[in-house]
Design a protein around this ligand. Sequence first.
Ligand SMILES: *Cc1c(COP(=O)(O)O)cnc(C)c1O
Length: 389
Amino acid sequence: MTIIPYGRQDINQADIDAVVEVLRSDFLTQGPVIPAFEKAVASYCDALYAVAVSNATSALHIACLALNVGKGDVVWTTPITFPASSNCALHCGATVDFVDIDPRTYNMSVNCLAEKLAQAEKVGNLPKVVIPVHLCGQPCDMEGIHALSRHYGFKIIEDASHAIGGRYKGEPMGNCCYSDITVFSFHPVKIITSGEGGMALTNNVQLAKCMQLLRSHGITSDAADMHPQAPDELWNYQQIGLGFNYRMTDIHAALGLSQIQRLNEFVTKRHAIAKQYDQKLSSLPVVIPWQHLDSYSSFHLYVIRLKLGEISKTHRQVFEALRAKGILVNLHYIPIYRQPYYEKMGFRKNYCPEAEQYYSEAISIPMYPGLTGVEQNQVVAAIQEATNV
Ligand SMILES: *Cc1c(COP(=O)(O)O)cnc(C)c1O
């Protein structure tokens, strides 16, 4: 039985050569490839600054810290995301809350956000930071969220872990036009990979500097940032903040830098696959991904929703039938507040009704550049069989 995963990396000889070159060089980490990768991503995305880190989880953490998220603060995100999108706030000692999703894009609903903000203002509990997530690679309504941030005074971190290579109103994701910081992930299932890796982009030099410090222990060796009591010895460095070792290695950066050369090619391929799925699935009892006119998705994921009223099987039965055929479908995501760790904070089932509805019907089917036409037909045939009434 052939196994078809929901996502996987695409590695070519140039990627391998780039990594080997670093292995033969003087620096495995803290070398020249990291700034080269940062420059390539910043330039691709039209952002001024990019800070490479060990993964998107650490990028989200230092992004929150750079925006001064701490005890007593509240951070809001969408429930339909990977837990790292909200864990970052908990790591800073803040509390988190969730804004329900839009029924068509499955991204944070701007209407729900507006209502929740109006309520929160009344009780004096406005969020310090809101973290929209571009689910599947489809951009959120950033103009709407940004307008609300102006009115209510919160900061915005875009969790664009799914979205590098996508566009919003024709402009690249990551340009931070509507946010303070944008975070990417380079995990192997994402659009481009560095093995493990992440990056935080911003147009604000203070935020960039702060995140650079936080990724490496809070230590600087830049004389301009040092406290004056230090004699200017050659070996001098100073710890001026409390940071972490969240650095990316040059080995990882080399892979990322090689991969970004093919980013457009990857996204084009994903669109071609999505178009095929759209056609082949149109007659089946499933909802295919709706695309907003403002968005050019990177199509990290292709999520279908079962029309459960039209079929005799349950969500779970369809899932099991597909997995039994070697099609490793997945579910992105369980609403975060339904995770046991979050339920302990007092969140209950049905807290966000649209998110729950989505959760009861969604299936991520295979989507990655190397997926062949034959494999795609296998996936469609299996879905047809599994949803047959
Ligand atoms: C993958 C992912 C993350 C975490 O990325 P890592 O690089 O694995 O830390 C965070 N948020 C979302 C939405 C993701 O999909």
